[in-house]
Design a protein around this ligand. Structure first.
Ligand SMILES: [Zn+2]
Length: 342
């Protein structure tokens, strides 16, 4: 019994008593799953809580109610004790290579064992590397959480922080990385890399803001760690962007500052009122009229329905244009596509 990949034991008294009642009456418990370790020992994948309930009862940790009387194990008659001790568990034992096990665990998981993806991986790639990695990333009082709780989402207990560190380190190939490093003596490589990321973030963006917690820092670190940034300038621009009402995705500010890619900010689009005003101002004509000229009208320009047109920033947001009525023009779809391709 090893709590390595199971959550902390949380089984309420009612469930616990139901397990013991099931055993006492000789009814079947659901099948349990054990994995075979490399050293030929077993680890309980599913069934740990039931097993602990049973063991604790036999050890005398608590009583159960039998015919209206609280009965600890030592209060039972010998036949009653035998009923417990000779109860047969149905155990399914899983063997195979690591990949087989992972597939197998995933299948079992779908069938009702509620383990996270990372808990499943931890069940497969056991060894000194994992033990060390978990001592860092999988405890609320561990150094990984201590360093990064403000810069990365994820609970250590359900292995989300370890998963995040692995995802960053492996570029998303977590299974492969764990497979490659399963037999390493320690997880120093992962830990060092993770610390470097967090230190880099702290040094680059000098003022903490809560949005930093949800940024995917790993890929940004990989791409920009060797660039020199004017951190005062970055901070000045951060302040500016946080005040900009057209920026609707604030956590994207950090990615935008590093990459210059505007899409991370989800710049606010013109709303119906603003588009309608521009549409009327243009007498239902396309503001460009370069892709959509049709002879016949006085000015040779096609008259559009409003839903055939799209709102466009006259002065682009990146050049200081705001998402306001005065900066809105309506373009037909071909003209707008043509403009964005320029
Ligand atoms: Zn047009």
């Amino acid at each position: 019994m090893d709590p390595k990949y199971q959550r902390e034991f949380v089984y309420d008294a009612e469930k616990r008593n139901a397990v013991l009642e099931t055993i006492r009456k000789g009814f079947p418990l659901n099948v349990m799953y054990w994995a075979v370790n490399e050293d030929r020992t077993f680890e309980v994948l599913d069934g740990q809580q039931r097993t602990i309930s049973f063991c604790q009862y036999v050890a005398g940790d608590f009583s159960i109610n039998i015919d209206g009387h609280p009965m600890a194990f030592h209060n039972l008659t010998q036949p009653q004790k035998d009923q417990f001790l000779r109860y047969e568990l149905m155990v399914y034992v899983c063997e195979g290579n690591e990949r087989d096990k992972l597939d197998w665990f995933r299948t079992v998981n779908i069938a009702g064992v509620e383990l996270t993806d990372q808990e499943l991986r931890n069940a497969v790639y056991t060894g000194p590397w994992l033990t060390h990695a978990k001592s860092i990333f999988s405890k609320t009082n561990g150094p990984g959480y201590g360093l990064a709780s403000k810069y990365a989402t994820g609970s250590p207990i359900r292995q989300a922080l370890l998963e995040k560190a692995l995802k960053w380190k492996s570029g998303g190939e977590i299974d492969q990385y764990m497979s490659d490093h399963q037999h390493d003596q320690n997880a120093n490589e992962l830990w060092t890399y993770f610390q470097n990321i967090i230190w880099w973030v702290k040094q680059t963006f000098t003022t903490y803001r809560k949005e930093m917690k949800t940024v995917e820092w790993g890929p940004l670190y990989d791409r920009f760690k060797d660039e020199k940034f004017d951190t005062d300038e970055l901070e000045r621009r951060t302040v500016e962007l946080f005040q900009d009402p057209d920026v609707t995705r604030r956590k994207g500010i950090y990615t935008y500052l590093l990459t210059g890619e505007e899409r991370h900010l989800s710049i606010r689009q013109f709303d119906d009122r603003e588009k309608r005003a521009a549409y009327e101002r243009q007498y239902h004509r396309c503001a460009h009229g370069t892709r959509c000229r049709t002879p016949g009208n006085d000015d040779g320009q096609h008259v559009f329905e409003i839903d055939e047109m799209e709102g466009d920033h006259i002065r682009p947001w990146s050049k200081g244009g705001k998402t306001v009525t005065e900066n809105c023009q309506m373009l037909c779809v071909p003209c707008n596509r043509y403009k964005s391709d320029l």
